[in-house]
Design a protein around this ligand. Structure first.
Ligand SMILES: [Zn+2]
Ligand SMILES: [Zn+2]
Length: 680
């Protein structure tokens, strides 16, 4: 018997008699990790815990546990649960033909699926039954077992089982020896590379979510299948938390709220992934843009406008055609010249920079634009406002000298921080992506340039005392970057803007400025966007606020609701006075009961409702309801106007400061308000 020389990543090692499974070897070196392990890595390759280690000329074999609460661990867990799902379906519906069943890690909606053709079509009502069977199988603690057999044998096995799709898959993808997996004690066999968990006992927190149609190989000429979606987590508590968040997310879905609040639409007959901003969504966008332009001017940016289309040559010089061509709309020809829609604004701003010779005295140049870009995204990847084919970036490009760049970065970080706070996001996660020691990527730019760039970005964050995560090897090939992610009201993280260094485009476009030494130098170029895509940011805002926007963003800020027709004239007078003060006001003069009018305004999530009766009219007062507090009392029209305008002017995030003592004091529980508008 030969000795196997095994070592852990941290260098701890041992000799043990071989052959030995990696699970056993782990147990000897790190009992804790072995107990938790879902699978293992052997010299970096993922394998089952039952994988056998053999002596390799005395060379040390590096082993590592794939643990829960890691991405790889989740992958193994979810993929193994997909197998469990297939086993349960086969058990309940003998004769089922199986397709494929991968784990999904990046789709926030699902964790895995399996494609099946059952003898009768499945309905949603079958899902709890299948899930129950999965639980029953899991409890029996069955083993996942791998077997390596000849390709021809695998095809024979699947033929005998009348699984034509699996036969096709083995024939297409299998090498001479293929691996198949059993869940021993269940009717399931799969053609799969693995790895999987060692036994079904590891699967304790899963849920089936929904059914959808699917085609074999995603090809509409192939057999139609049903796709069963589910998810799985390491613990029941994690699953519960996720399900709660999902329920909350469904209530906040921006596509639904977009329809209900009449904010925007996507009209498939005119093109998927293209956004129509309706009047109420348009108001919000205008507020976003106005705010940002105000800030650009304060921060001494130049606001520019550039074409949406340019000759192909531009995209050839920029490298977009070469590196990004698949995401661009195809060229269109005018008078034998080919043009393409812009997927990014950067080359356009470069064209402005290059339009004249620049001296060091002209720098920095800061160009900001609400730049609309077009990307040929595949229809399957489109999602509401979040992933679209045409969108507008609050884009800016900075051109500066090496001496100036540090201050520019500082300002970008400060700017980002302020923008996100203004929109009500105070949980911001900053990530700094650097080159690190990764030599597998082809990095552009010299090491010392990278060091300067990375230091400037890091200092920009450090200087403001911002905590951030440094991610090695995740920089773009053309430079390091800072990304901002915000946490929304229900704890989800959204990637928004970026501050990105660029060694590439200044070189491709041969950008220059004349230095103090009278010689040409290459300027530093920084890309930065704070909202990122305005469409996507809008989607995030809708979901974060569940459609109840802060006063300054609300499409309608005040609803004026007369109790009877008698009051209509006074209502119009109130509405007009508030409009003159700059507020967005809607008066509801329909002959409905006041309760119905209030409910309607409440459904539209209008921040303030003014309920007007005889007494209010006589005294030139208004009875105020706030959408989340209800009645907050009667006040003079003048006072309401002043307070409301103040909320808008200060871009206040909530209405808590409203009223002479603030809302929280006024609307104490049990306070009774006796005014004519009080009853709903
Ligand atoms: Zn598998
Ligand atoms: Zn850019």
């Amino acid at each position: 018997m030969s000795e196997v020389n095994v070592k852990l990543k941290d260098g701890v090692g041992a000799q043990m008699p071989g052959p030995v499974t990696v699970g056993e070897a782990l147990k000897r070196l790190d009992r804790d990790a072995a107990k938790q392990a879902l699978a293992a890595r052997v010299n970096g390759r993922e394998v089952d815990l039952a994988y056998e280690l053999n002596a390799q000329n005395g060379e040390a074999i590096q082993i590592e546990a794939v643990l829960p609460e890691t991405r790889d661990g989740l992958d193994v867990l979810r993929h193994s649960t997909a197998h469990l799902l297939a086993a349960a379906v086969l058990d309940l519906f003998p004769g089922t033909k199986l397709g494929i069943g991968p784990a999904l890690l990046d789709d926030p909606r699902y964790g895995f699926f399996y494609d099946v053709i059952t003898p009768r079509p499945l309905t949603e009502a079958d899902l709890p039954v299948i899930e129950k069977r999965m639980r029953d199988i899991a409890k029996r603690n069955l083993q996942y077992r791998r077997d390596e057999i000849a390709k021809s044998d695998a095809i024979r096995i699947f033929e005998e089982r009348d699984e034509p799709l699996k036969c096709a898959l083995v024939a297409d993808k299998g090498s001479e020896i293929v691996s198949v997996y059993y869940i021993d004690g269940s009717p399931f066999i799969d053609f799969c590379l693995g790895p999987h968990v060692p036994n079904t006992n590891k699967l304790r927190a899963f849920k089936l979510l929904s059914l959808a149609g699917a085609y074999w190989m995603g090809d509409a000429t192939q057999p139609q299948m049903q796709r069963i979606y589910g998810t799985a987590f390491f613990t029941p508590a994690e699953l519960d938390a996720w399900l709660k968040q999902r329920e909350e997310a469904e209530k906040r879905d921006h596509r639904r709220l977009g329809r209900e609040l009449d904010l925007f639409s996507i009209q498939e007959q005119y093109g998927q992934g293209l956004i129509f901003w309706h009047p109420k969504g348009g108001v919000i966008r205008q507020q976003m843009e106005d705010y940002l332009r105000e800030e650009l001017i304060k921060r001494n940016y130049s606001v520019v406008y550039t074409p949406h289309i340019a000759k192909r040559e531009l995209w050839q010089i920029s490298g977009h055609e070469e590196n990004y061509g698949d995401s661009m709309f195809a060229p269109t020809t005018i008078e034998e010249q080919e043009f393409r829609l812009k997927p990014m604004n950067c080359p356009m701003h470069i064209a402005i920079y290059k339009s004249q010779q620049r001296s060091y005295r002209d720098l920095p140049q800061r160009y900001g634009e609400m730049g609309t870009v077009y990307r040929a995204e595949l229809s399957g990847t489109l999602h509401g406002l979040m992933r679209v084919r045409g969108f507008t970036v609050d884009d800016a490009h900075l051109f500066c000298t090496p001496e100036q760049v540090r201050k520019e970065i500082d300002d970008c970080v400060d700017f980002a921080y302020q923008v996100l706070k203004t929109f009500g996001f105070d949980k911001i996660k900053f990530e700094l992506s650097v080159k690190g020691n990764d030599t597998s990527k082809k990095w552009l730019g010299a090491d010392d340039q990278w060091a300067i760039a990375e230091t400037a970005l890091a200092e920009g964050l450090d200087g403001r005392g911002i905590k951030y995560e440094r991610i090695e090897g995740e920089a773009a090939f053309y430079g390091p970057k800072i990304d901002f992610k915000i946490e929304d009201a229900i704890g989800r993280l959204w990637q928004l803007g970026t501050v990105q260094w660029d060694f590439n485009l200044p070189q491709r476009f041969e950008l220059e400025y004349i230095g103090e030494d009278n010689k040409p130098h290459r300027p530093i170029m920084v890309h930065r966007a704070l909202f990122g895509s305005i469409e996507r940011f809008f989607g995030v805002l809708i979901e974060h606020y569940a459609g109840a926007f802060p006063m300054w963003l609300s499409p309608v800020q005040v609803a004026v609701l007369p109790i009877t027709d008698r009051i209509n004239e006074y209502a119009e007078q109130v509405a007009n006075e508030l409009r003159t003060a700059g507020l967005r006001v809607e008066s509801n003069l329909r002959g409905e009961k006041i309760g119905a009018k209030i409910r309607d305004a409440q459904m539209q999530k209008i921040p303030f409702m003014l309920v007007l009766g005889d007494r209010e009219m006589e005294q030139n007062k208004v009875a105020v309801r706030e959408r989340s507090k209800g009645d907050i009392g009667v006040m003079s029209l003048e006072q309401f106007k002043t307070e409301a305008v103040e909320l808008v002017k200060t871009r206040s995030i909530d209405n808590a400061s409203f009223g002479p003592m603030g809302l929280n004091q006024i609307a104490s529980p049990g306070s009774t308000l006796t005014n004519s508008g009080g009853e709903v």
